[in-house]
Write a protein that binds this ligand. Sequence first.
Ligand SMILES: NC(=O)c1ccc[n+]([C@@H]2O[C@H](COP(=O)([O-])OP(=O)(O)OC[C@H]3O[C@@H](n4cnc5c(N)ncnc54)[C@H](O)[C@@H]3O)[C@@H](O)[C@H]2O)c1
Ligand SMILES: O=c1ccn([C@@H]2O[C@H](COP(=O)(O)OP(=O)(O)O[C@H]3O[C@H](CO)[C@@H](O)[C@H](O)[C@H]3O)[C@@H](O)[C@H]2O)c(=O)[nH]1
Length: 324
Amino acid sequence: MAVLVCGGAGYIGSHVNKQLYKEGYETVVFDNLIYGHWEAVKWGHFIQGDLKNLDEIEAVFKEYNIEAVFHFAAFAYVGESVVKPEKYYYNNVTNTLNLLHVMKKYGCNKLIFSSTCATYGEPERVPITEEMKQNPINPYGASKLMVERIFQDYNKAYGLKFVVFRYFNAAGADPEGEIGESHTPETHLIPLVLDAASGKRRDIKVFGTDYATPDGSCIRDYIHVYDLATAHLLALHYLEEGKESNFFNLGNALGTSVLEVVKTVKKVTGRDFTVTLAERRAGDPARLVGSSEKAQKMLGWKPIYGDIDIIVEHAWKWHEKAEY
Ligand SMILES: NC(=O)c1ccc[n+]([C@@H]2O[C@H](COP(=O)([O-])OP(=O)(O)OC[C@H]3O[C@@H](n4cnc5c(N)ncnc54)[C@H](O)[C@@H]3O)[C@@H](O)[C@H]2O)c1
Ligand SMILES: O=c1ccn([C@@H]2O[C@H](COP(=O)(O)OP(=O)(O)O[C@H]3O[C@H](CO)[C@@H](O)[C@H](O)[C@H]3O)[C@@H](O)[C@H]2O)c(=O)[nH]1
């Protein structure tokens, strides 16, 4: 029996692939490498393919006896999704239907999926809990919510068993320094601030300093990619035990502002750099912080790298010697 890691050459998927392999699973990474890196697939088998092609997905199920599927493959640039919604609905929704179609055909009914706190939109309160209203404010979040709904219908009609994770802001890198975050283009705050620290960028822009937060900049819940990965293994065990499909937030319940991230990077790296106070970025909620009590209770998840200093330290260690 093997597990399929769709999008496993990307940032989060590669970290999950490593932990699965270390736990003794035979992994098959399937990725079109549009945003992923073959260098990140250091464990298990690798097949270059695209979820838009049914025959390429089917070839994997023919070759391997796939017990469960981890589905990270998606487009995830919030701003781009507003101007190119078609790109997002095709890849994130239609191509997910392709994957479900082949899973159904081959009798594979266990799925672990990467959703996002962007499905909640502007939260009515924080920390956000799973039963709160989901009202996405951009096509990216909407595409993920649509997929969540599709899973519920497939659960009722075809017996699909799923765990949907709504991640908050994934950050950090493999504590052993073997893999890390590398997006082109990069839009995420921590790698951009590290670029400023290492002199690859002239400055870091703080998008908005007039939010209703203590220092005026946006607050996010940064969750270490290693901790995200451990939750995925627990989810697989949960489904292997025959438990019911479920939705879980994955965050730290700790809010860190943009200015606090900048300060932490200066402290951890010992480097100074220019910080430019800039206009708000469209579509940014002021404060996104998630409660993960449900995952802790039901999956036994215990995040261990909640401290923003450690998240930045690991990201910096990777950043300095990044192979890709
Ligand atoms: N990074 C975050 O903070 C964050 C937060 C919430 C949710 N998510 C979700 O988590 C998942 C992983 O995020 P990430 O940051 O690792 O992104 P990523 O871009 O690094 O990884 C996604 C991978 O999927 C691949 N891919 C995309 N479309 C494909 C297709 N049609 N066929 C085959 N491969 C395809 C890409 O090449 C890439 O390697 C995404 O679904 C994203 O929406 C990420
Ligand atoms: O150069 C920059 C880049 C970002 N920010 C700010 O930093 C915060 C975090 O931004 P970013 O790292 O881009 O993450 P988010 O926009 O919060 O989105 C990420 O986290 C979401 C969950 O919160 C996921 O759904 C998305 O896929 C993922 O990109 C936001 O307030 C940004 O305005 C800056 O001030 N300057």
